[in-house]
Design a protein. Structure first.
Length: 123
């Protein structure tokens, strides 16, 4: 599992952001690396830059589909839910839950998963 290296400030550019292995895996849509990070003890509710992994997954999935013009997918979100992530947990950076982020960003597949998650828990 590789990780983005941090680098010193060169020519006025900011240093690269150092990401945790789990956050890196979500950012690069690497399900195997995410599984390895969680199996190695990463917290499924880990937050980096104020956003839990589930929020990051919703954002990455929606952005990826929009930028590439490919169909929307939900595999990172589904995997994180299966591992215990809570879609009602709020991000300290946006104040929104992953469920709200999915709704406002148009990630309808994630919304379907979150609705099923709530039904299973009687919420």
């Amino acid at each position: 599992m590789s990780q983005e290296p941090s680098s010193p400030r060169i020519g006025g550019l900011p240093p690269r952001i150092e990401r945790s292995p789990a956050n890196w895996a979500v950012e690069h849509h690497d399900l195997l690396a995410l599984r390895e990070a969680l199996d190695a003890g990463a917290d499924v509710e880990e937050a980096q830059f104020g956003s839990p992994l589930l929020h990051h997954a919703v954002d990455v999935e929606r952005d990826g589909a929009t930028q590439r013009g490919t169909p929307l997918h939900v595999d990172m979100t589904a995997f994180l839910l299966a591992r215990g992530a809570d879609p009602t947990r709020r991000s300290s950076s946006t104040g929104m839950s992953a469920e709200e982020l999915a709704r406002v960003s148009g990630h309808w597949l994630a919304m379907e998963l979150f609705e099923a998650w709530k039904r299973e828990r009687g919420r």
